[in-house]
Ligand binder design. Structure first.
Ligand SMILES: [Zn+2]
Length: 253
C-alpha cells in the first residue's frame, strides 16, 4: 500500500482529476480549499458538487429561500474560481433536509460517472461529536454517507443504474478528517493558505474577518505548528501507481 497510508504522512500527491462532494456552499472553503487550490495550481482538474445551495442559511429578513440560495450560488462560484475550479454542480436539495436516500446516491453516481474523478474528497459521515462544543450538522453526515455509498461500489458497477452513465471506479477517497485520531495524511497548504482565506471571504453572506482569521489558526493546528495544513483519511480503493508516489516528500511529524 502507498506510503501515504501510514499515520501522519505528509503527501505531495496530485491527482489528474478530482471531485469534492459537499453539503453547503461554504463547506469546501472551511475544509479543503487549500488542498484544492494546490492541486489545480499543479495541473489537476477539479469539480465541486454542492448538494444544497444553503437556502436556509440567513437571519436577514430581506432574503427568501430562493433569493438566498441564488445569492449563495454566486458566492460559491466566485470561491471555486479563486481556487482554480471551473465546474460547480448544484443539486439544490433543501438546506437542513438532506438525507442519505437512494435518490441522493443516484445523483452522486451520475456525476461521478459524468466527470470520472480519480480522487473524491468527501465529508466524514461518522463524525457526530466534534470536540465538546459542536455537534456535526446532519447535512454533512448525510452527504458523507451517500457519497461513500455512491462510490463503493455502485458507481463502478456497470449493471447498477446503467442509465446514469458508463461505470467509473474512483481510485481514492480523501475523507476530510479534522481530528488526529482519524487523519492519516496531511497536505502542506503554505502556498495556498491565502487563496483559501480569500475564497472563504467570497461567502460574504456567511463569514466575516474573524472567521477568516480563525481558519488560519485551524490550518496551523492541523499542521502541528510546522506548516498550515489540511488533514485527511485516505481510502485507497485502487493501488496507487508506484511512479506517482514520491517517497522523498513523505515524512513524519
Ligand atoms: Zn456545512
Amino acid at each position: 500500500m502507498a506510503d501515504d497510508n501510514k499515520p501522519n504522512q505528509k503527501t505531495e500527491f496530485i491527482p489528474k482529476r478530482f471531485m469534492v462532494i459537499s453539503a453547503h456552499p461554504d463547506d469546501n472553503e472551511f475544509g479543503v480549499a487549500g488542498t484544492v487550490a494546490k492541486w489545480t495550481k499543479h495541473g489537476s482538474v477539479g469539480v465541486y458538487v454542492l448538494t444544497t445551495s444553503g437556502n436556509g442559511g440567513t437571519h436577514d429578513p430581506a432574503f427568501t429561500r430562493e433569493t438566498i440560495g441564488a445569492h449563495r450560488e454566486e458566492e460559491s462560484l466566485a470561491a471555486a474560481k479563486l481556487c482554480g475550479v471551473e465546474i460547480v454542480e448544484f443539486l439544490r436539495y433543501h438546506d437542513g433536509e438532506v438525507m442519505p436516500t437512494l435518490e441522493l446516491r443516484k445523483d452522486y453516481v451520475r456525476l461521478i460517472r459524468k466527470h470520472k474523478p480519480e480522487v473524491v474528497i468527501a465529508m466524514d459521515p461518522t463524525r457526530l461529536f466534534i470536540g465538546t462544543e459542536y455537534i456535526n450538522h446532519p447535512d454533512h453526515r448525510a452527504v458523507g454517507w451517500a457519497t461513500m455509498d455512491a462510490i463503493a461500489p455502485v458507481a463502478s458497477m456497470p449493471l447498477m443504474y446503467p442509465e446514469l452513465g458508463e461505470a467509473h471506479k474512483v481510485r481514492e477517497v480523501w475523507v476530510s478528517a479534522w481530528e488526529e485520531s482519524l487523519a492519516t495524511t496531511w497536505v502542506d497548504i503554505t502556498e495556498t493558505l491565502q487563496q483559501k482565506k480569500d475564497a472563504l471571504r467570497c461567502h460574504k453572506s456567511q463569514v466575516g474577518d474573524d472567521t477568516v482569521n480563525e481558519i488560519e489558526g485551524w490550518a496551523w493546528h492541523a499542521g502541528k505548528g510546522l506548516a498550515p495544513a489540511e488533514t485527511f483519511r485516505i481510502m485507497f480503493l485502487e493501488k496507487r501507481e508506484a511512479a506517482v508516489v514520491k517517497p522523498a516528500d513523505a515524512q513524519s511529524f
